[in-house]
Structures are given as structure tokens and as C-alpha cells.
Design a protein around this ligand. Sequence first.
Ligand SMILES: *[C@@H]1O[C@H](CO)[C@@H](O)[C@H](O)[C@H]1NC(C)=O
Ligand SMILES: *[C@@H]1O[C@H](CO)[C@@H](O)[C@H](O)[C@H]1NC(C)=O
Ligand SMILES: *[C@@H]1O[C@H](CO)[C@@H](O)[C@H](O)[C@H]1NC(C)=O
Ligand SMILES: *[C@@H]1O[C@H](CO)[C@@H](O)[C@H](O)[C@H]1NC(C)=O
Ligand SMILES: *[C@@H]1O[C@H](CO)[C@@H](O)[C@H](O)[C@H]1NC(C)=O
Ligand SMILES: *[C@@H]1O[C@H](CO)[C@@H](O)[C@H](O)[C@H]1NC(C)=O
Ligand SMILES: *[C@@H]1O[C@H](CO)[C@@H](O)[C@H](O)[C@H]1NC(C)=O
Ligand SMILES: *[C@@H]1O[C@H](CO)[C@@H](O)[C@H](O)[C@H]1NC(C)=O
Ligand SMILES: *[C@@H]1O[C@H](CO)[C@@H](O)[C@H](O)[C@H]1NC(C)=O
Ligand SMILES: *[C@@H]1O[C@H](CO)[C@@H](O)[C@H](O)[C@H]1NC(C)=O
Ligand SMILES: *[C@@H]1O[C@H](CO)[C@@H](O)[C@H](O)[C@H]1NC(C)=O
Length: 593
Amino acid sequence: MALICRVLPAFLVVLAALATPSNSHGDGKLTLRCHPDQAATLLQLKKSFSFLRYPNPLESWQDGTDCCLWEGVGCSNSSGRVTALELGGCGSCSQGLDPAIFDLTSLQVLDLSMNNFGPYSLPANGFERLASLTHLNLSYSGFVGQIPTGIGKLANLISLDLSNNYGSCSEDSFCSHVTKTHDFFQTELEVLNFEILVANLSSLRELYLDEVDMSSSRDWCHALAKSLPHLRVLSLSFCGLSGPICPSLSALHSLTMINLEGNFDIPAPFPVLFMDFLNLSVLQLAGTNLQGHMPNFSNTSSLETMMLDVTNFSFGKPGSFSNFKSLQALSLDVDFAFMEHQSSLGIHTSLRHLELTQMDSTKDLGLILSWIGDLQNLASLELRGWNFSWKSFSSVAKLKNLRSLSMYYCSFTKPSLPAIGNLVNLRSLVIHQCELNGPMPSAIGNLADLESLEITDYDFLGPIPSAIGNLRSLKSLEINAHGLLGPIPSSIGNLSSLISLAISTSEFSGPMPPAICNLSNLEVLEMSNSGFSGPIPYAVGLLKKLTSLRLQESSFSGSIPDSIFNLTRLIELDLSFNLLSGKTIFYILIMIT
Ligand SMILES: *[C@@H]1O[C@H](CO)[C@@H](O)[C@H](O)[C@H]1NC(C)=O
Ligand SMILES: *[C@@H]1O[C@H](CO)[C@@H](O)[C@H](O)[C@H]1NC(C)=O
Ligand SMILES: *[C@@H]1O[C@H](CO)[C@@H](O)[C@H](O)[C@H]1NC(C)=O
Ligand SMILES: *[C@@H]1O[C@H](CO)[C@@H](O)[C@H](O)[C@H]1NC(C)=O
Ligand SMILES: *[C@@H]1O[C@H](CO)[C@@H](O)[C@H](O)[C@H]1NC(C)=O
Ligand SMILES: *[C@@H]1O[C@H](CO)[C@@H](O)[C@H](O)[C@H]1NC(C)=O
Ligand SMILES: *[C@@H]1O[C@H](CO)[C@@H](O)[C@H](O)[C@H]1NC(C)=O
Ligand SMILES: *[C@@H]1O[C@H](CO)[C@@H](O)[C@H](O)[C@H]1NC(C)=O
Ligand SMILES: *[C@@H]1O[C@H](CO)[C@@H](O)[C@H](O)[C@H]1NC(C)=O
Ligand SMILES: *[C@@H]1O[C@H](CO)[C@@H](O)[C@H](O)[C@H]1NC(C)=O
Ligand SMILES: *[C@@H]1O[C@H](CO)[C@@H](O)[C@H](O)[C@H]1NC(C)=O
């Protein structure tokens, strides 16, 4: 995931503290519920965070005010001590976790997910002090290294989520500019001894360790069965697990969700024991090495979601799915050797979400796609590697209730394209790394309810049709394509709902259409890595909601309009590598704190 972090250009100017937060000091009328030592600890934590958000999410954290009223802080009514710290997704960057946090010894809920602490390790000592903790969420936070043994001592834990730590930034791509690279080589969390980690966590109901390296835990399956009898959610995708699913796992009969995706060394026939978990609703076994056949289950299952993208496994028995009456989401890899009877798999037409991956793009698809056309309740469809003939795409185009269509690595023929315009209920359309073999069809203008359109790494020959201006509901438009793309149609100025507009790659040319400056809801505007030329319109200063303006690596010329300094919400401004006159600005990062 380190790839999503951009490399820092040579010059970095940081203009800090543009806006001064209004200090709301205690006026004496308030009774401070908060313990001063707890407030001091929280303020020390605040100091360790940097924010790349407007407004600063911790504006309410001011010395002298009641810390129990601060954003994300919860206190016990009786003791006044801090029992909850919920700062998930607030856009903080921090060079590791400040051990001061372990002074909040009454914490029951700690959520620091979706922030950037990476790539630093969790403090080796201290977690054991948080003995009251029931919920710990450090997912998507960039931590690396070993999971501290102290977490295994938190006997009251009900929910533990350490998933998806990649040692790099989370959703804020520019976070990486602020945190220095610490340990370049460690890219994930690891658990050295899973048996010991979970031995005392017998209250645990939810365990998420996705992407944590568990490859040295050979006995993971028995450890789960023995130590975590109340588990309801088990999510261990991409953990490097090996060895078979053990029969003793049948003890965990309260499981409602099992995700073992991407553990390629779990070789097994379909684990029939899971079908005895009467409350199981999500079963995710994609990317495991399942072998043999899908059994023909005779008992009705509560399964709502099943993901089985496996290559060495057969679904081809008639009626295999007919007993999954609750199934709403299904993901399959399609290997044609096994799909002769696809029309009789027995999938109920109540299915709402379907993902299909074609393993061999040279094979004809006619039959399979006619089967899709019957799933009239499908709201969301994801296709990977499909090679469409005109006929087969028309089956997809029959899905009138489809809200979301995503296609990755697909190839089309030119005559099949306009059929996209039949999917009039689409809210979201993603076309990623596909071969279109023709221009974007004007029929796309029929999709009047479309809110998000993303066309990336995609080849098409021709301009963006001006019919795109009909997409009045569009909130997000991202185009990054190759071909003879030409100028942006000025009809884009009619997309008044747009919040984010990102257009890049060198084949675009011409000026920035002034009409863009009429899109008063825009928060993100990117026109980069392209042949865009001419001046940056003065009217860009009308886009008062902009937080990110990225026009780098294009051919914009003239001087930088002063009106840019009216954009007081701007957090990111990148005008580097253009033909702009005046001061040489390679890169400006403005932080509003
Ligand atoms: C704590 O006090 C607040 C406000 O008086 C009240 O709304 C809340 O229910 C109380 N919580 C508990 C757990 O007693
Ligand atoms: C942890 O936080 C993430 C991101 O905020 C959230 O998606 C996830 O559901 C949380 N985990 C648990 C167990 O609540
Ligand atoms: C589990 O708890 C017991 C009793 O409190 C203790 O003796 C043991 O060391 C703990 N095990 C681990 C792995 O923390
Ligand atoms: C299944 O869920 C129901 C309702 O929530 C519950 O009463 C029952 O005990 C659960 N069964 C198992 C095996 O956990
Ligand atoms: C597929 O499964 C069979 C056993 O069912 C096994 O012998 C073979 O090696 C597997 N092939 C692959 C590619 O995993
Ligand atoms: C179906 O359920 C019955 C009773 O609950 C059980 O005896 C039988 O083994 C189950 N069959 C399968 C195939 O799971
Ligand atoms: C599987 O079950 C369905 C319905 O229960 C039945 O119609 C079908 O014949 C069975 N298939 C096999 C191969 O046993
Ligand atoms: C798609 O199928 C056609 C005809 O079968 C074939 O010529 C073409 O190479 C295939 N495209 C891809 C990307 O595999
Ligand atoms: C924008 O919409 C108006 C009215 O709906 C229409 O008259 C105009 O032609 C559109 N502009 C462009 C450039 O499409
Ligand atoms: C911006 O909108 C105004 C009023 O809706 C319109 O008069 C003007 O022509 C538009 N400007 C551009 C450049 O489209
Ligand atoms: C920017 O602000 C100045 C005064 O603060 C104002 O005169 C000017 O018209 C504004 N420009 C834009 C494009 O909003």
C-alpha cells in the first residue's frame, strides 16, 4: 500500500496556523467534571497529533475546559475519569503512539482507527495498564511490528480490531509528507504467538486481524477453538495462515461472520462444518486453496454473503446453491471447465450483489451472461477480466435495478458500449484498466442519477462527450485515461452537484474551461499530469469550498491569480511543474491548524 503515498517533491513549504481557533476558556460557571491529570494527558496526546483537515477535529480540546465535553472523549458519570476515546478517522498524523495514553487507565473504548501512526511500532509496554478496555480499534493506522503482549492481558476485551495496518498513510495521501519514513522495510503488524495472544481473551466476540502476519502461528485454528468460545466475528484475511481448518472449530457455533480470504495455504475441501453455524451470515473464503466440489447442502442456511473466488474448486453441480435462500451477495471466480451448468446452479433471484471474475479472457461468455440477466434484483455487480461480446454486455444492460457497476480489466467491442446507457438507475460506475476500443458513448448522458463516475487507466479513442453535462447528480468525477482526449467539454459547468473533479494524463489539452469555476460545491479540483494550458482563471477564487487544488505537471501559464488566497479552506495546493511566472513555487502545502 506504500504506493498510494506520493513522493515528496524537492521543495516543501509549510504555512502553518493560518486560522486561529477561537479559544473558549472556562468562564467559571462550568463545573469541571474532568480530572486535571486526565486533561493533561489528553493535551499531551493532542500535541503528538498533526491534522490535515479543516476544521481541526480537536478544536474543542482547550486547556481549562471540561475535557469530558471534548470531541471524541467520554467520561464515567460517577468517577469523572475518561472511559472512551473515539478518534477514528479524524485525519491525524503522528510519529507513533504517545505512551501517555496509558495513563488513561479507566479507558473502556479506544478507537484510533483510520489515522496515520506509521510506520511505527506500537509501544511494547503499557497496554496491560488499560485493564478495563472492552473495545480496541487500531485498524487502518499504519502501525508495524509486533503486536504487544500487553494486549493479550486485556481480559475484558469484547472487540479487538488491529486490521489493515500497512505501515503507511491511511486515506490522507498527503499525510506521508509530514511523517518521516521510519522503518522502510517493515510494512505490517505481526503476531509471533497467536496462542498466547488470545489465551486470556475469553470474552472476545469480534476479532479482526486482517493483513496481520500470522505465518508463524501454526496452531491458530486450535487456539481459536480453545480460547475464544464466544466469538461471533472472525476476520483473518491475508494473514499468511497455513494448515487446514480444524474440526474443533465447530465449537464456535455462535459465529456470524468468517473471513479467511487470501490465505492461500489453507488447503481444504469446502468446510462443511461451517454449515452447522446456524447464524452464519457472511462466509468469505476467496483466495484460499479450496479443492473439490461445492457440496449440495440439504439444510437451509442463513448465509447472506458468500465469497468463493477460488481456482481449483467446482461449483458445477446442479442446484448447489438452491438451499441458500437468504443469499444476497455472492462472489465467484468463473472457470469455464466447471461452469457448464451455470444456469442450474440454483442461485435465487433475490441476489442483490454479485462479483464474478473471469479467469480466461479468451473464452466466450454468452451463456454465463444470459444467466446474469435473470437476476433482476441485483443492485450491485462487479466484473473482473470479462471479455464482452456485444451480445453478452446486453445481458448486463438488462439489469434495470443496478445501482452500482464496477468493471476491472475488461475489454469491450465498440458496438457494445452504448448499452451502458440502458442502466438508468446507476448511482456508481467504475471502469478501471479496461480496453474500450471506442470513445466514451454519448449514451452515458442517460445516467441521470449517477453520483460517481470513475474511469481510470482506461484506453479510449476520442473526446469526452458533451452529454456528460447531463449528469446533474454527479458528485464525483475521476477520469484518468489514454487516447485522443482533447479539451474538456464546457458542459462540465452544468454538473452543479460536483464535489470532487479529478482529471489527469497527458492526452488532455486546452484551457481550464471557465465554467468549472461555477461549480460552487467543489471541494477537490485536480487537473494534473496533463496538457492543460493557458492561465488559471481568476474566477477559481469563487470555489470557496475547495480544500484541495492540484494543477501540477501541466502547462498552465501566466501568473498565479491572487484570488487563490481567498480560498481559506485550502489544505493542499500543488502548482508545481507548470509554466507559471512569478515566484517559483515547486510545492506548497498549507496546513490549517
Ligand atoms: C451520564 O450523564 C448524562 C448526562 O447527565 C446522561 O445523559 C447519561 O445517560 C449518563 N450516563 C450513564 C451511563 O449514567
Ligand atoms: C474499527 O474502525 C474501522 C474504521 O473506522 C471500522 O470500519 C471498523 O468497523 C471498526 N471495527 C470495529 C470492530 O468496530
Ligand atoms: C492469563 O491469565 C492468567 C491468570 O490471570 C495468568 O496466570 C497468565 O499468565 C495469563 N496468560 C497470558 C498469556 O497472559
Ligand atoms: C443465533 O441467534 C439467535 C438470535 O440472535 C440467538 O438467540 C441464538 O442463540 C444464536 N445461536 C447461536 C448458535 O449462537
Ligand atoms: C487442485 O486440487 C487437486 C486435488 O483436488 C490437487 O491435486 C491439485 O494439486 C490442485 N491444483 C492446484 C493448482 O492447486
Ligand atoms: C441437516 O440438519 C440435520 C439436523 O439439524 C443434521 O442431522 C444433518 O446432518 C444436516 N445435514 C447437513 C448436510 O448438514
Ligand atoms: C442438489 O439439491 C437440489 C435441491 O435440493 C436437487 O434438486 C439436486 O438434484 C441436487 N443435486 C445433486 C447433484 O445432488
Ligand atoms: C477477447 O476475445 C476475443 C475473441 O475471442 C479475442 O480475440 C481477444 O483477444 C480477447 N481479448 C482479451 C483481452 O483476451
Ligand atoms: C447547461 O444546461 C442548460 C439548461 O439546462 C442548457 O441550456 C445548456 O445548454 C447546458 N450547457 C451546456 C454547456 O451543456
Ligand atoms: C456561470 O453561471 C452563471 C449563472 O448561472 C451564468 O450566467 C454564467 O454564464 C456561467 N459561467 C460560465 C463560464 O459558464
Ligand atoms: C477575493 O477577496 C477580495 C477581498 O478580500 C475581493 O476583492 C475579491 O473580489 C475576491 N476574489 C474572488 C475571486 O473571490
